[in-house]
Design a protein around this ligand. Sequence first.
Ligand SMILES: Nc1ncnc2c1ncn2[C@@H]1O[C@H](COP(=O)(O)OP(=O)(O)OP(=O)(O)O)[C@@H](O)[C@H]1O
Length: 353
Amino acid sequence: MTDKALDARLVVRRGEFELDVPLEAGAGETIALLGPNGAGKSTALRAVAGLLPLSEGHVAVGGREFDRPETDVWVPPQDRTIGVVFQEYLLFPHMTALDNAAFGPRRKGKGKAEARAIARRALERVGLADFADRKPRRLSGGQAQRVALARALALEPTLLLLDEPLAALDAATRLETRAELHRQLGEHEGAAVLVTHDPIDALILADRLLVIEDGRVVQSGSGPEITSRPRTEYVAKLVGLNLFAGTGEGTAVRIGGGFPLEGAEKVDGPVFAAFPPSAVALYPQRPEGSPRNTWEATVTSLYRHGDSLRVNLTGPVDVAADVTPAAAGSLALEPGLTVWASVKAQEVHVYPD
Ligand SMILES: Nc1ncnc2c1ncn2[C@@H]1O[C@H](COP(=O)(O)OP(=O)(O)OP(=O)(O)O)[C@@H](O)[C@H]1O
């Protein structure tokens, strides 16, 4: 066991589903758990908080064991030095913001005046000192979320757990609250683990990302490490890349069905090949002097994506292409239409599996 802020191996079985995820964080570090629906992110966070017992493995925070089924170690949630900001952990509606924030310290045995002083400092930290006497129904969504954060920080936790802390907020409030949370996490001396669906939240708020799919870690690393080299379809979609697993043969990558994709780098053996949708050009007929990566494809769907149109195509390879509205108009793109797609070899990034 180490004195890391968080040292855990989380094994939780819930019916058919099994989570098995190692999770470590140093002091001051923020880890984001990212993954599709049902991947096990909330299960992981709940296991750390003590809301779900481990089936196997261990949870230690600041060198103290909270859960280890093997040796019957179990510390209940309220006795863990962990602050939680969970969506469903709403504020107590009958208490003021100050009393909500003082609740934790009171429970931990602080006197009323001391607990309130701690709570006041926590509200100041999140910029809500002037709202101390308000009850939750008189707070906006963003303010309520900041009070929830103040309530968690008032415990001076070794570890902060945040489950989709920004998901319920509208776009403008989200931006503001994200910036505030970023500042708070920067100042927080303990570690933090954040669960999110949103890659932007993860990239902005976390030092390290753990991508979980089907109960397992499929990729981990810093934001740039993950976005530059996606290893699963989910991550590729998340960062908006077309991704294929295949076998490198010289500069070509043979992907599913044997389709040869010409790449920029020469890598032999199991590889990934990735390119952005903006690298895919579409033509009504086979283009003249065709670059080698040219194929016939059928439009399956199209939708607005920022300033361009995202076109999903099926064919020997299924890809997404981004085209300008003008190009989409001149090609008369619609589902079912057959077009020619091409990608320059220089745009295909190849890296080892
Ligand atoms: N009470 C339960 N009993 C049995 N299985 C459950 C229970 N709650 C969740 N599960 C299963 O555990 C798995 C992981 O769920 P979890 O909520 O941890 O995923 P998640 O990654 O947080 O998903 P989401 O992003 O949708 O919140 C799912 O397959 C789910 O069906």
